[in-house]
Design a binder for this molecule. Structure first.
Ligand code: 5GP
Ligand code: MG
Length: 174
């Protein structure tokens, strides 16, 4: 892709890979014998999830959930829609949610409450990035990759109006 003057690399691909390796090691320790349901939150987590699960060398299942709270802007709208249904047999499973970035926390606090009601055997959260400066709801991240400052990021699955998801590095959009 052409270099873009409005993009600045914040987390280069090799640093992302190292963070994913560390997360995979921790998740392996905890889930190697649990046949977990890895729940990828679309769309932003699709690349992270695909890299992560390819470093998990034990039985697991992958499913996808699409939530939206952002619309097309950069600010959370404060309400969350679930636009995909939960997988069959969700109750009783060890569920690991995989999210790209926790920002206000609105999306995840809603989802964690919603899923807890469905009575999984366990429910934990893995996030590649945490942006604590903008937190409005407290969210416990069980497996965290990297903490970032309050800037709008794109790449490695993260978009701005559906663009830039394919960038291999995580970049600041200026
Ligand atoms: P929250 O409900 O925590 O405010 O929103 C989390 C969601 O907002 C993330 O899953 C992600 O889709 C989006 N988001 C938060 N921060 C950023 C960012 O810096 N860049 C992009 N592209 N999306 C973000
Ligand atoms: Mg997201």
């Amino acid at each position: 892709m052409e270099p873009r003057s409005n993009l600045r690399v914040l987390i280069p691909r090799q640093d992302i890979a190292a963070a994913v390796d560390t997360l995979a090691a921790a998740i392996t320790r905890d889930y190697h014998d649990k046949n977990p349901l890895v729940l990828c939150l679309l769309k932003g987590s699709f690349i992270f999830t695909s890299d992560l699960v390819r470093r998990l060398y034990f039985p697991l299942e992958v499913d996808f959930l699409r939530l939206s709270s952002y619309g097309s802007g950069k600010e959370s709208s404060g309400s969350v829609d679930i636009t995909l249904h939960l997988p069959e047999g969700f109750g009783g499973r060890h569920v690991l949610i995989v999210e790209d970035i926790i920002d206000s926390g609105i999306t995840l606090s809603f989802l964690l409450d919603y899923l807890a009601d469905k009575e999984p055997a366990s429910l934990r959260l893995c996030a590649l990035l945490d942006k604590p400066a903008r937190r409005q709801r407290e969210v416990h991240v069980d497996y965290l990759g990297l903490t970032v400052s309050d800037e709008f990021l794109v790449g490695y699955g993260l978009d701005c109006d559906e663009k830039y998801r394919n960038l291999p590095d995580i970049c600041i959009l200026e």
